[in-house]
Design a protein around this ligand. Structure first.
Ligand SMILES: Cc1cc2nc3c(=O)[nH]c(=O)nc-3n(C[C@H](O)[C@H](O)[C@H](O)COP(=O)(O)O)c2cc1C
Length: 355
């Protein structure tokens, strides 16, 4: 039976009023205090006002040392940062919608100048093949992350999660996707370690497991904890981060054993087939997990949303929500809607996006 985009969905103790959520989108608008520009915060509230059941924050940076990957990213560690986000989460809740804070550490996908301490760390001293598209420069060779670094980085995730709880977010998301630090540990492509954190999938998974365990300990049971995962990264995007269907499904099985409330699956295109099979990566994921699944990637109108929902529970849109304030109502009306190109989303980083 076809699932209804406008039906409710129960997630832990929460009820989503429909199945449409705003995907996390970095906006690079923060200045010295690591708080996004007011219009950037307002846009999140406006999407809730216009019907989004769920709104993700941009990826917040987990420390002041090595986590930041782009200029103008935000943090959630100080009282002023907490106060700024509290207004956002209150306003989203007033619309009957949920808010989830996403947090990340960039690892080797680093922009050296933006981290106050200027450190660049990654599982292995290996750079992406491609250059940084924003600067045109090669990515610097990262320092191999030490055991000391691992503890420090995990503490950054923990403190940021505490900030999110204090700021009233309904949920916290660990960003384990897109080739950033956690994803770098998970994939053989970027993890060449020979210690307990490299080699077998079990070892490559260890860092993700430690982050989730440490974060869950500070996220109350009545708030959500989600994990975002992908088979692609923002650098060297053609690389399949995992090699086989078996490797992917083992990873999902491990994730499903974590104390998390949902898996958020990020794809380029939710309809693309995965690992040489005739199934989408969402179908391959659904085969091995009973956890609620969020799916994202080229979902831009009613028919793609309905198709994506068949194998998932919630659909997230990035560019469509960014560029169209009426996206939810347009989907409800079954309007013909554009599939936005990546370049159109560059407006995210300007002051001209007042939708
Ligand atoms: C401007 C912009 C910023 C993004 N920033 C993030 C981010 O901070 N965290 C994340 O997990 N994904 C990020 N993404 C990826 C989106 O969440 C989403 O997965 C991607 O846009 C594909 O969905 P779409 O086809 O609906 O746009 C970003 C995308 C865009 C367009």
């Amino acid at each position: 039976m076809k699932k209804d985009i406008f039906s409710e969905f129960k997630l832990n103790g929460f009820t989503l009023k429909n199945r449409l959520g705003v995907a996390p989108m970095t906006r690079m608008s923060s200045v010295a205090d690591s708080i996004p520009r007011q219009d950037v915060l307002d846009l999140l509230v406006r999407r809730a006002e216009r019907g989004a059941a769920l709104v993700f924050s941009e990826a917040l940076v987990t420390d002041y040392e090595s986590a930041q990957g782009y200029p103008g990213q935000a943090r959630l560690l100080t009282q002023r940062q907490i106060d700024a986000w509290k207004k956002v989460t209150d306003a989203i809740r007033a619309q009957g919608s949920l808010s989830i804070m996403q947090m990340f550490h960039c690892g080797r996908v680093a922009w050296p100048e933006v981290n106050p301490a200027g450190r660049i760390i990654a599982p292995s001293p290996v750079t992406p093949r491609q250059k940084n598209p924003l600067t045109g420069n090669s990515y610097p060779v990262p320092d191999t992350i030490s055991r000391f670094d691992i503890q420090h980085v995990i503490q950054g995730f923990v403190e940021t999660a505490k900030g999110a709880v204090a700021a009233g977010f309904d949920g916290i998301e660990v960003h384990g996707a897109h080739g950033y630090l956690i994803s770098q540990f998970l994939s053989r492509y970027s993890n060449h370690r020979s210690d307990d954190y490299g080699g077998s999938l079990e070892n490559r998974y260890r860092f993700a497991n430690e982050v989730v365990a440490a974060v869950r300990a500070v996220v109350p049971a009545d708030r959500l904890l989600t994990f975002r995962i992908s088979n692609w990264g923002v650098v060297d995007p053609d690389v399949s981060l995992f090699e086989t269907r078996e490797e992917w499904q083992t990873l999902i099985e491990r994730l499903s054993a974590e104390p998390i409330d949902a898996i958020s699956l990020s794809t380029y295109d939710f309809q693309a087939k995965g690992f040489g099979t005739d199934k989408t990566i969402c179908q391959l994921t659904r085969e091995v997990t009973d956890l609620p699944l969020m799916i994202c990637g080229k979902i831009h109108d009613l028919s793609t949303a309905e198709a994506a929902l068949q194998d998932a529970d919630v659909v997230l849109s990035g560019k469509s929500f960014l560029l169209n304030p009426d996206f939810v109502e347009d989907v409800r009306a079954g309007k013909t809607l554009p599939l936005h190109r990546s370049e159109e989303a560059n407006i995210a980083y300007t002051e001209a996006l007042l939708l």
